[in-house]
Design a protein around this ligand. Structure first.
Ligand code: NI
Length: 179
């Protein structure tokens, strides 16, 4: 079966605020598994439901995974919330919805995450380092926020111009324009 497509900047759906999940149905479980397939295929270490065009508060994360290790420890987090934050950190981030760009983003160093898992059980996690950053990045997606919103105006504008150019180029190629 084909993988779900990841929406990319400047798709407007990425700017919507997502709704809380009120029931874990079979359809919802399928969505969560599909999101894991997309995340490992890309590959990425986190993915939020709005990135695949579904406006609900669901994220998947696996910050231990890398392409050289077969071991997978996915977290599926329903209605995730950061209930505590402390310290400051800067992390060099990228995003499957923001192609061909990385930037240093100011974040909290430590966070406490409260969520539910696919069986409706409460999940409480104290996170630091890459896991803390990943939780903050993915929960931002649920509120329509991208990491490029958290960098300087100048850097963001540079990216927006580069992305526009890239999209124009893709359009030209699609209609068989100059190569
Ligand atoms: Ni992202």
């Amino acid at each position: 079966m084909a993988l779900r497509e990841v929406l990319q900047f400047p798709n407007k759906f990425l700017r919507e605020k997502s709704d809380p999940v009120d029931a874990i149905t079979d359809e919802f479980r399928t969505l969560a598994l599909d999101m894991l397939d997309v995340m490992y295929d890309e590959p990425g270490i986190g993915l939020a439901a709005p990135q695949v065009g579904v406006g609900i508060r669901l994220i998947v994360v696996d910050t231990q995974w890398n392409e050289d290790s077969a071991e997978r420890n996915p977290l599926v987090l329903v209605n995730p919330e950061l209930t505590e934050r402390s310290g400051n950190n800067t992390w060099n981030e990228a995003c499957l919805s923001v192609p061909d760009f990385r930037a240093d983003v100011p974040r909290s160093e430590f966070v406490h995450l409260s969520a539910h898992d696919l069986d409706g059980r409460a999940v409480e996690i104290d996170a630091e380092g890459i896991q803390s950053v990943c939780f903050q990045h993915e929960i931002d997606h649920l509120d329509g926020i991208l990491f490029i919103d958290r960098i300087s105006h100048l850097k963001r504008e540079m990216y927006v111009r580069k992305r526009r150019k890239q999209l124009r180029q893709e359009e030209l190629e699609a209609v068989g324009g100059p190569d």
